[in-house]
Design a protein. Structure first.
Length: 377
């Protein structure tokens, strides 16, 4: 099928149940039809001998946009074309579509996309991938540090950029990875020693300035130490009200390991209230909704900034609720605390099982009102 759009001819066809459309440089409909015939025949049969120069260009765009591995038979002919055309955004898309990336957990892939967005903002998404060199990497890290980004965030974005080039090398689109050539060691003078703690009284002040849809999410994070993504994406299947437990699988956590989060009575009251007032939506099983739809990460940023400013804590982050919980939980057994947080790489369960009863006993033992002074926020 030929489609004319924005003064360009597109080849459109179906493959494996998907609609695929790729732009051509055809000057008229007859030429576009010839290209479409060549491309469809080639993709279907794997016979690359029918391709002329213009057909090769269409094939190059097709394989590049879909993230398909380029056949060795035609790679030498289209290598220069792809190298000159592939942009940072194209390369990031190719990386994200890699089968190994797709097997990672949803939170991991969300963080990877977020890293890509920050990298785009430095020089734009359309910068040629071949223009990214060691100097680009160094200037980007300096730029992010001056912006106030945490060193761990800079490290994560640097790793994301390195992953992009690893995939480009795998597809034989570049010869080297400039990120791997930058031996970066964080400068201690840039390290920010933040030890945030938000008292229960101050948390309730922040809570009073948050919109109604936001309050249950923040409350759950404060009393459980769960990450924002774990709270925001909580589903009915993960919630065990009778057992007072949230049960997450390896696909639901940053560590890619299952964990259980015990719930205090304060949290149970909030969750039951959410369930009682929740409008049924057959399209999602997520617990927390806004306007009948799952709460997107971006919609949590502005309300939080407004609330923290109103209370007088301009540097307070949502993740500081997790740090606060860690401080509250210092009174419990370290192995139990690490298991609830999800840092289960130790040996605390090596010789026994942490029962639900022990986890519930531990969470109920915390006195969240004991500390009445906030600091580091």
């Amino acid at each position: 099928m030929i489609k004319f759009k924005n003064n360009r001819y597109y080849v459109r066809f179906r493959r494996h149940g998907q609609d695929i459309m790729v732009v051509t440089n055809a000057r008229n409909r007859l030429e576009a039809k010839r290209l479409a015939t060549n491309v469809k025949f080639t993709v279907k049969t794997g016979n690359w001998n029918v391709l002329d120069g213009e057909s090769l260009q269409v094939i190059a765009r097709l394989f590049q946009n879909r993230g398909w591995r380029i056949p060795e038979e035609i790679f030498p002919q289209i290598r220069d074309l792809i190298e000159s055309e592939i942009t940072l955004e194209d390369a990031a898309r190719l990386c994200y579509q890699d089968p190994l990336i797709q097997t990672q957990s949803s939170p991991y892939r969300d963080r990877l996309r977020q890293c890509f967005k920050h990298i785009y903002k430095f020089r734009g998404p359309n910068i040629p991938a071949t223009a990214i060199d060691v100097r680009f990497v160094k200037e980007y890290m300096e730029y992010r540090i001056k912006q106030g980004a945490a060193l761990e965030t800079v490290r994560r974005e640097r790793t994301a950029l390195a992953q992009i080039f690893d995939i480009l090398i795998e597809h034989q689109l570049v010869d080297s990875n400039p990120v791997r050539l930058v031996k970066w060691r964080p400068n201690k003078k840039f390290k920010k020693e933040r030890r945030p703690f938000l008292s229960l009284a101050d948390f309730q002040k922040v809570l009073s300035y948050l919109p109604n849809f936001y309050k249950p999410l923040a409350t759950l994070a404060y009393y459980t130490g769960a990450r924002q993504g774990e709270v925001r994406c909580l589903t009915f299947g993960q919630l065990d009200l009778e057992g007072r437990m949230i049960r997450l699988t390896s696909a639901d956590t940053k560590e890619a390991s299952a964990k259980r989060i015990p719930l205090r009575k304060e949290v149970m009251i909030v969750l039951k209230d959410v369930l009682a007032n929740r409008v049924f939506n057959a399209t999602t099983d997520m617990l927390f909704l806004k306007d009948g739809l799952p709460v997107e990460r971006q919609r949590l940023k502005r309300p939080w900034e407004d609330a923290r400013t109103a209370v007088g804590f301009p540097n307070l982050r949502f993740h500081d609720l997790r740090h606060t919980w860690k401080t509250h939980a210092m009174s419990m057994d370290r192995g139990i605390r690490m298991a609830i947080l999800g840092h289960a790489g130790g040996t605390h369960e090596g010789y026994g099982i942490l029962t639900d009863a022990r986890l519930l006993e531990a969470i109920d033992s915390i006195d969240f009102a004991k500390e009445d002074h906030s600091y580091g926020v």
